[in-house]
Design a protein around this ligand. Sequence first.
Ligand code: C2E
Ligand code: CA
Ligand code: CA
Length: 406
Amino acid sequence: MPIAQVGTPAGRLLVVDDEAVPRLLVARTAAVVGIATDGAATLAEARERLEAFRYDIVVLDLALGEHDGVELLRMLRDAGSDAVLIILSGFNERVRQAAVRLAGALGFRVAGTLGKPLRVEALLGLLRLLPEPGHAGDTAPDTVIDARTIAAGIDNGEFVCLFQPEVTLHGRQVVALEMLARWRSPRLGPVRPDLFIPAAERCGLIDRLTCHLMQQALPHFRRWREIHPGLSLAVNLSPLSLADLSLPEQVSAVLDAAGVPAEAMVLEVTEGAVLLDEVVAADVLTRLRIRGIRLSIDDFGTGHSSLLSLLRMPFSEVKIDQRFVGDCLRDPEAPKIILAVVSLARELGLQLVAEGIESEPVAALLSELGCKIGQGYLFAPPLPAAAITARLESRAAKDAARAVAG
Ligand code: C2E
Ligand code: CA
Ligand code: CA
């Protein structure tokens, strides 16, 4: 893909931020590489600009006063914009990545994310690497992780599953295993899921990848259920998959082929997923639920779902985001948020899982706040299938010995 040269007029940029300083910084930096910039401080101003001009680049802040960047993303889509996006946000990297995924799911190319305060060199770096305008039909903004590399990786068995236990905080019994994908590419080395999942989404290969990973995981899981009946398997689902009305049939077919009951399966979707198309998402989620598959809302607290959409969707579980869990001893607000989610989950009859537990004091506090199930490095990191088998067998052997002794 051609790269815009420094100094060439590389099109028109719109920066949407309610703060004047970042708007000014973006305009000045863009001018260095010959890009003309317009600013908008509100959603309404952004709409006016978008009606008047076609933009090649949109730099957007995720928090826009009373509106949020997700509304802007939808507005851009509805306006038919094919701009390349740069996401600007004071939120942490995880939130920014969630926004990147959502933008990808809406069909946008994202050049990158930038934190606040804005670093001019970082913005300059992104602007210099932007593809030339007018290539909206191209697949991915990155040249390294393209469709062919991912497809070949799937065919060559380079994608593998690790499994991370979810345990009861009291008693530390394993109740579920979350499947987490890893890519060991001979050419690129190990690639992190927060890079290859969005890439697979952009290339239209995410469903194929999910299906491939599930087919790898299910035979192990079936064996683990023999050792430990009642165990669940949690699989992360891309927001894009929720737009596919045939998903429930596809998941059932994969489960049937592996001889795993639907009740053993939990599908995790991030809050953002629900925002894409509520009608289709509700249809797909309801039919999955009717088939007996449980649904978990992942990274709870980082997205933009309203309480109403949470109530409307047939979720059975909430996974409180690791940001609140990790901070719960440092940030006095975090335990209050956890407590609110605990009571919300209780009221709605949802199971609550706290992820990212790294220490005993955090586990103790969560338990005190009323959380029953946890996941995190304290209990186990994501592990290969063989290590899970060994753990479950050893636990079963100990339980059997105790039963005989008792
Ligand atoms: P997630 O679903 O929120 O998964 C939890 C992430 O937190 C995992 O990162 C896990 O390794 C990490 N983690 C677990 N315990 C701790 C802890 O105590 N402390 C900290 N700091 N981190 C912990 P991982 O494996 O790198 O996955 C990142 C994300 O990539 C996942 O976030 C999930 O959204 C996505 N992902 C992974 N596998 C798949 C997949 O097969 N399909 C889809 N669609 N997404 C996947
Ligand atoms: Ca997850
Ligand atoms: Ca999560």
